[in-house]
Structures are given as C-alpha cells and as structure tokens.
Design a protein around this ligand. Structure first.
Ligand SMILES: Cc1cc2nc3c(=O)[nH]c(=O)nc-3n(C[C@H](O)[C@H](O)[C@H](O)COP(=O)(O)O)c2cc1C
Length: 305
C-alpha cells in the first residue's frame, strides 16, 4: 500500500509471520528511468524475503521491461497492478483502467510473463471497474491465467467503490472456482477470524491483509493461528505495544535516517495507538517531536488511564 509498507514496516511484520510482501507500487516508467525516489521505495535487505515488486503502467512493453529489471534486482515475484483507482494512475490507462481494456491487459501480462526467467508473475485486480457482478474479474483472471500469470489477487471491491462499502467475497469465490491458478483473497480482513472465514467461504489460496496490518503487525501471527485452527495469541498489552512501536521507529531511523523517520513516525504512532484514550494527545506530541529521544520519552510516558 502506497506510503505504508516500507522496509521498517515489513521487518516488524515479518517477525509476526507475514509470509510475503510487496513494497508500495512502482511506476514502470519511473523504474526504467531509474528515478531515485522509485529506487528508494525498492530498498530492501537479505532478511526481507520473499519480496514482490508491484508495477503499474499503461504500456505493455514498459511494464515488461521494468519487470525484467525487478528480476535482475533480486525480487522474488512481480505483480502488475490492475486495481488502483487513483485518477493519476487510471488516467493514462494503468491500474484499474486495465479492467476496462482486457486486450491491452492480456498483452501486458503475456509480454511480462515472457521476460521473467525464474520468478512468477501475479496480477492484482478488483471485482470490476463499475460492474459489481464479478464478470470483469473473472474475465481478467482467465486472461491472466492464459497469458502466463502464476496467480491472481482479487480485492473484492469495484474501482468505483474505492475503499467504501463492504468487500464482496463472493467474487473471490467465483474466481477461485473458475480459474486454475492460485487466487489470493483481499478486502476487509481486520480480525484473525476474518482471515479464516475468507479462506473457508471463498476457498482462496492465500489471504492478503492491507489496512488491517497498520499499527497491528501481530495480525499476521493471529490470522495464521486462526487459519491453522491453533490458539490465537492475544494482541499485545500496551507495554509490549510500546516496545514494538519503538523497535519500528529504530528500524525506520536505520533505513531512512532520523529526519525522515521523525516525519513518518507521526503516521505510524497514530496507527499503533489508535483507539486508546488520550491517543489524540500523543499524536499531537508526535507531530511536534524534533528528536529520537523525544519520541522515546513521549511514548514511554504515554499513559492512557
Ligand atoms: C493508502 C492505501 C494505499 C494502497 N496502495 C496500494 C498499492 O500500491 N497497490 C495495491 O495493490 N493496492 C493498494 N491499496 C489497496 C490495498 O492493497 C488493498 O487491496 C485494499 O486496501 C483492500 O484490502 P484491506 O481491506 O485489507 O485493506 C492501497 C490501499 C490504501 C488504503
């Protein structure tokens, strides 16, 4: 998710069993131009595996070329984004606009699958552009399967829905029933029981968690336990949560430097302490911090009772 799954976030989430991650989506054209900001999004280390590279673009040959570069850089999979609803992305014909342009989508998938030597190609989509019946997802999933994709991920909302309304998991079930490649289910998994229910109700092969993981990295351990019918560990108490948050901050400082970490930590703090009494006060303090020491002090002093 754009702005969220940086290296620090992924390092923390992997400790809780997150099995696969994608940094925020990358513009194929920017990667080809070696845009420094784009390369910065792709920052990783040896422990940050398996790691997919999600690309977006409107031109099949650019996406294929960027995928080739991502493989050479050591990524473990390439994903093509065909679900993003942001006008800046859909305007030129990328993201969810490809759900309306199956011929171009097919060419893009085929050309990209062809250039990848050893790593799989996946395609992420929505249930449809505006049509909620799942017809468009089914068509695109069939195209993806036929054109060489190894799996598809379905965010069970239409492009028009954005992030509102409820995800319609029936479409994930429909796609799973009709295509032979693995299907990753996505949309509205916030609790461990949701992950288990999604697998049971849709038959999907994997569950993707987006918003439910923000400030909540232990969701992975808890969801995996639920999916494996094991005892679900409780979420950490405040003291443990503070410790994980400060580790997250230390990792952010290591990977991005103190100045950037101090800016990013505002959002991260809001995620971790959301819902606690006096969380707003902590958030205001975080918005003003100017040193790593102050972050540690305010968090240690945070007492919601
Ligand atoms: C702020 C934000 C940024 C996102 N960026 C991406 C992205 O870059 N690529 C992508 O495939 N999905 C992106 N998504 C969509 C999520 O990956 C996911 O499909 C969607 O939020 C539904 O899953 P969830 O209910 O678990 O969050 C983004 C979502 C949000 C809220």
């Amino acid at each position: 998710m754009a702005g969220c799954p940086d290296l620090a976030f992924r390092t923390v989430a992997r400790r809780f069993g997150m099995e696969m991650a994608y940094p925020e989506m990358i513009s194929a054209e920017s990667l080809i131009r070696a845009n420094p900001k784009t390369l910065d999004f792709m920052k990783t280390h040896a422990g940050d595996r398996p790691l997919g590279c999600q690309l977006f673009g409107a031109r099949p040959e650019s996406v294929a070329e960027a995928a080739r570069m991502a493989e050479a850089m050591g990524f473990d999979a390439v994903d093509i984004n065909m679900g993003c609803p942001v006008p800046k992305v859909t305007g030129p014909g990328a993201g969810s606009a490809l759900m309306k342009d199956p011929r171009r989508a097919a060419r893009m998938i085929r050309q990209t699958a062809r250039v990848l030597r050893k790593i799989p190609l996946t395609v992420k989509m929505r249930t449809g552009f505006a049509d909620a019946t799942g017809k468009e997802a089914l068509e695109l999933a069939r195209i993806a399967s036929g054109a060489g994709a190894a799996a598809v991920a379905v965010h069970a909302r239409t492009k028009t829905q954005g992030y509102s309304g409820k995800a319609d998991w029936n479409v994930i079930r429909l796609v799973k029933k009709k295509v032979r490649i693995p299907v990753f289910g996505n949309g509205d998994v916030f609790l461990p029981a949701d992950a288990r229910r999604m697998m049971r109700e849709t038959g999907c092969d994997a569950v993707m968690i987006g918003r439910g993981s923000l400030g909540n990295p232990w969701i992975y351990a808890r969801a995996l336990a639920a999916m494996r019918r094991r005892r679900i560990p409780p979420p950490p108490e405040l003291k443990e949560r503070k410790k994980i948050f400060l580790e997250h901050f230390a990792l952010l400082t290591d990977s991005e430097g103190e100045k950037r970490a101090l800016l990013k930590i505002r959002t991260v703090a809001a995620w971790y302490f959301r819902g606690f009494p006096r969380a707003a006060e902590l958030r205001q303090r975080m918005n003003r911090v100017r040193s790593a020491r102050a972050v540690t002090r305010w968090v240690e002093e945070f007492n919601p009772t």
